[in-house]
Structure formats: C-alpha cells, structure tokens
Design a protein. Structure first.
Length: 254
C-alpha cells in the first residue's frame, strides 16, 4: 500500500484508468499501467443495476479480487459505501483490503443528487481509517456534481475529511485552474477527473495535481466503439478502431 501512496506525486500525477471487468483491467495492465481503478458506473451497468446501488456491492468485491490477481495496484470505487452504516462500510473496506485492494474511493454524493452531511461523511471516513489504517482512502466530494460549484464548499469538505484521516481528496468536475490550485494548497494529494475538452493531463500536472482519474470514460468509450463497430459492418464503413487479436486477448487470461 505504501507503493500506491508513493505514486501520488504533486506535479507528476498518477494517471489512473478505470476498469469494469477483468479483461479490460488485464489489457490496461499489459499496456504498462502500474495502477488501476474501478468505475462504479461500469460495474453497475455491467450488472444491469443503477450506478452505485447496494446490489452491486458483491460485484464490486468480486471484481477487486479478480483484478488483484494482476501485477497492478488496485483502487476500488465504492461509491457511497453501499450503506449508511459506518461499521458496514468499514467491513467492506477490510474485505477489499483482504482481497488485495490498496485503496478505495468513498464519495459524499447521494443517489438523489444531494450531499451527505459533512459530519456524517466524516464519521464514515474515520470508521474506514480506524479499521484499515493502511488503505489509501480517496475522499471524494461531489460538490461540483451536486450543482454547488463553490470551491469554498469543496475546500471545507476536503478539510473535514482530511481531519478524519483521508489520504487524498477527489473533486470531480473541478476544472478552473485557480480552484484546482486552491484545493492543492490543502496539502493532501489531489485527484481530478479528466474531462475531455476541459482539462489536460499536462495542465493538471502543472497545477500540482497528484492523480488524474478517467472515471467512467473508458467504459463509455467502449460502448461507443462497440456500437460503431456494428454500424460500420452494417453500413460498409471502416472499423472505428484496430482491435487486439483473439490470441492477444486469450493471452491475457489466466
């Protein structure tokens, strides 16, 4: 787990691609990525469930166990923890650590678009860190997804979670350079979500970001590629991408 922590270098950020099933994770690992995240949207959609639904808890743990068989470090997106009970979320974190995960994302956004009360979320963060101190807890605050684009709100919540023991802070939707720098100045490793056309990896590095996540982008790109392939065949067009061979994929599998 110290190895994963060491990859979070302000100004030289970890690019963390996100997988939703083993084959994708294995293919990414084969490209040389040292660490992978999971994506709650991809895992949930693959299971036919709403994003972050409690019913996807077992699928999330099962994916973590599979990915941990690869020679990569695995951080798991556990959405809101699939529960409101601090003990239950701490149990999940311990189960994931036992499965081989080195980190988790825990978010304060809720299914109805609201944010959990900051003090209640602080208790969840503390419960996880008390139970599994070595697990890298990336505390995600969904201020910018909830409609409150105030960097002051994000900063206040990030400080609250840091006080509870969070190892890093994640503010998806954060794009303004001045706002990014303000969160960076808190002193924790800062994670920013890559948003095409709004930020660049190099630009975020210059701002002192320590981790850049792709989130559900690879999953959504895969959907487009799958549909584009079928449409190209039907309409006599060119394939949108050059795929790996059957043998290449088989070679990734145990």
């Amino acid at each position: 787990m110290d190895e994963f922590r060491a990859l979070h270098v302000p100004g030289s950020p970890l690019l963390l691609p996100n997988a939703w099933e083993f084959g994708v994770g294995a293919f990414l690992a084969a490209q040389g990525f040292r660490a992978l995240g999971t994506t709650s949207l991809g895992v949930s959609a693959a299971a036919g469930e709403p994003d972050g639904a409690p019913s996807t808890r077992d699928a999330t743990v099962a994916l973590a166990r599979r990915l941990a068989r690869l020679d990569v470090l695995v951080s798991v997106d556990i959405a809101d923890g699939f529960s409101a009970d601090p003990a239950a979320i701490a149990d999940l974190a311990a189960e994931l650590a036992d499965a081989g995960a080195v980190g988790v994302n825990l978010e304060d956004g809720r299914a109805d678009g609201s944010l959990a009360p900051a003090e209640r979320q602080k208790a969840l963060v503390k419960a996880v860190k008390d139970r599994v101190p070595g697990l890298f807890l990336n505390a995600r605050t969904d201020t910018h997804w909830s409609g409150d684009h105030s960097v002051e709100t994000a900063e206040k919540r990030a400080k609250t979670y840091a006080d509870a023991g969070a190892d890093g802070v994640f503010v998806p939707g954060l794009t303004d350079p001045a706002d990014v720098e303000r969160i960076v100045q808190l002193g924790l490793p800062v994670n920013v979500l890559f948003l095409p056309g709004e930020v660049t990896f190099a630009g975020l590095a210059e701002l002192g970001v320590a981790r850049v996540s792709l989130g559900s982008l690879p999953y959504r790109m895969a959907l487009r590629a799958a549909a584009g392939t079928a449409l190209a065949v039907r309409d006599g067009g060119d394939l949108p991408l050059s795929p790996p061979s059957y043998a290449d994929v088989v070679a990734l599998l145990p």
